[in-house]
Design a protein around this ligand. Structure first.
Ligand code: ZN
Ligand code: FE
Length: 288
């Protein structure tokens, strides 16, 4: 493990006139900082750091990550990977080579070797934080999510392309029943869990959500808030499990209004949650 850099203690002085005076040493444990680094057209590479060491999640590329880490005097400790798609793994080899970071990813997906492979029921300890591995098949067959219940402030969830704000991933390798089951597991996490999705799809997801539930007041308020965020080019993420449970139609397949909309669109839809979910997912694929 690399030694912490003492220089980082001196970089946070506020007033220029004060910059030569040593700051009192804060002995409280520092909260971890969380940052969504934009990549490609709509990906986020999540970075969590303690001021010295960082973990990154699903680095689809390496140059932006390395530049950001250097700019913030951070050492890359660990890379977490949720699934095998290139926009989540493309930067892994170069980052490993440049930093020697430890790589942790799903047990049952093709992955840039070497790495530590993990599956449901296991946990990994990174930067002093324990992450449980949750199995979330559907978008891909071996997709996993990482959940830190004890993260300072509120729990943290890195869920890749399974749960998006207002939506969910496409079913490339799984069935509607599998994806619904995966989403149900995530929806059961504490309401204050920060949901770190890997794409900024929120506004287009919400357009669909409003077509499903035009009378959902919480959804209307959330749309207004997210539009403001995007107008200023801010991320709409992280979201929270509480918000998603109140606005995301893919987590609301038992709601009467959602069932009604699904049946109006596709009359063969039954009231069964899997049937409703399957109709919503297919509808969304072609929704403009
Ligand atoms: Zn993907
Ligand atoms: Fe993706």
């Amino acid at each position: 493990m690399k030694q912490p850099k003492s220089a980082t203690l001196q970089t946070t002085a506020k007033a220029p006139s004060d910059s030569t005076r040593p700051r009192p040493i804060d002995t409280r444990p520092d909260p971890m900082e969380l940052f969504p680094l934009p990549a490609f057209s709509d990906n986020y590479i999540w970075i969590l750091h303690d001021g010295q060491r960082a973990l990154v999640v699903d680095p689809g590329e390496s140059h932006g990550v390395l530049a950001w880490l250097e700019q913030h005097s951070l050492t890359l400790d660990t890379i977490l990977i949720t699934h095998h798609h290139a926009d989540h793994t493309g930067g892994v080899a170069a980052l490993r080579e440049a930093t020697g970071a430890h790589v942790i990813g799903p047990a049952f997906e093709p992955m840039p070797e070497p790495l530590q492979r993990v599956s449901a029921g296991e946990h990994v300890d990174v930067l002093g934080l324990r992450f449980e591995v949750i199995e979330v098949p559907g978008h891909t067959a071996g997709h996993i999510a990482f959940y830190a219940a004890e993260a300072k402030g509120s729990p943290l969830l890195f869920c890749g392309d399974t749960l998006f704000s207002g939506g969910c991933g496409r079913l490339f390798e799984g069935t509607p029943a599998q994806m619904l089951d995966s989403l149900t597991r995530l929806a059961a996490l504490p309401a204050n869990t920060r949901v770190c999705c890997t794409h900024e799809y929120t506004l287009s997801n919400l357009k669909f959500a409003q077509a499903i539930e035009p009378d959902n007041g919480a959804l209307a308020a959330y749309v207004a808030k997210c539009q403001q965020q995007r107008a200023q080019n801010f991320p709409t993420l992280p979201s929270s499990i509480g918000v998603e449970n109140s606005i995301n139609p893919f987590l609301r397949t038992a709601e009467a209004a959602v069932v009604r909309s699904a049946q109006a669109h596709e009359p063969a839809t039954t009231a069964d949650a899997v049937s409703v979910f399957a109709t919503l997912r297919t509808w969304k694929n072609n929704f403009k």
